[in-house]
Design a protein around this ligand. Sequence first.
Ligand SMILES: NC(=O)c1ccc[n+]([C@@H]2O[C@H](COP(=O)([O-])OP(=O)(O)OC[C@H]3O[C@@H](n4cnc5c(N)ncnc54)[C@H](OP(=O)(O)O)[C@@H]3O)[C@@H](O)[C@H]2O)c1
Length: 339
Amino acid sequence: MKAISLSDTTSISNLELIDRPVPEPKPGEVLVKLHASSINYRDVLIAIGGYGSRQKKRDLIPLSDGAGEIVSVGGKLKKLKVGDRVLASFFQSWVSGELTEAILDDDLGRSSDGVLTQYRCFREEGLVKIPNYLSFEEAASLPCAALTAWSGIVELGCTKPGQTVLIQGTGGVSLFAMQFALMAGASVIVTSSSDQKIETLNKMGIKKTINYKKIPEWGLKVLEITNGKGVDHVMEVGGAGTLKQSIRSIKPGGFISIVGVLDGAKSNLLIPLIGSRQIRLQGVTVGSVENLKSMLIAMENHKIKPIIDKVFKLNEAIDAYEYLKSGKHFGKICLSHDL
Ligand SMILES: NC(=O)c1ccc[n+]([C@@H]2O[C@H](COP(=O)([O-])OP(=O)(O)OC[C@H]3O[C@@H](n4cnc5c(N)ncnc54)[C@H](OP(=O)(O)O)[C@@H]3O)[C@@H](O)[C@H]2O)c1
């Protein structure tokens, strides 16, 4: 089988196409023929050494998000069977319940080999059936970005009809958050650095948009759009560089989902503003298998389709990584494994 290996986590150029034997499933495992995968910002960070000493595994098969079909089993299964179309959960051992330290150190494509390969064995508990209306590429776009957005908007943020959600940027997590916020009956304000992407949003019916490059003090613009009220919820993907504007744009008692660090990781928090205005900061870390199943039910009921910018071939992994790093994408970047 073909796979992509990251020989050293210092540069995207260390990604290389390799041949490996197809693995055999052990008892309790299934062998999945992976037809597609998708890239997240964290995968680029891992490839360029952004995880520092937390990245212990070398010679890594990268990427957490993959979808395919079960081709053989290592013993009796409880729910799945050969032929089922499945996607892999980001934290294979987080089936349900609370997050633990052990789960945090059990993510695909970092602490263990990931899905940028044509075949991989998984434990049955870490897999979820793909709804029929989604292709393998669409399903592969979901495990990290969509589930993070779902956890922030629905599970933890409890977004309600009539609320307003501020979405930062038009990357993978952000566009899923936009779709889930709309599904929940909220209205959205979306920021982007690109007028062209704003035009695309406008064509999709998203009329409240801000170019955050042209309006660096975009928190004030959000207040203007909301008639001074502020938004109920911010999906914070920027981090240090955007949090000040997020706090400016949120109403008292509002909720900020702390998701990403696209604009820096270390921040001088405005503690009096957070305390006196009762702002809730909530860390979000992907989600469990149970959360993933709930998300898929909601997506199927509402026929929500992932927004995919581009699909690369497995042997074009470096180009796919570079494309994500360039920030030119709108939504998700996928890879097809069928060469
Ligand atoms: N905590 C978790 O569980 C979790 C899970 C997934 C992702 N994340 C994190 O969430 C972040 C987004 O991940 P992703 O995979 O969705 O990334 P992505 O697809 O690469 O998204 C990048 C986009 O974010 C926007 N952006 C960049 N800097 C921005 C800024 N200063 N203000 C507003 N928007 C900005 C840009 O949109 P425009 O081009 O429109 O400007 C850019 O195209 C990353 O930091 C990632 O590590 C965290």
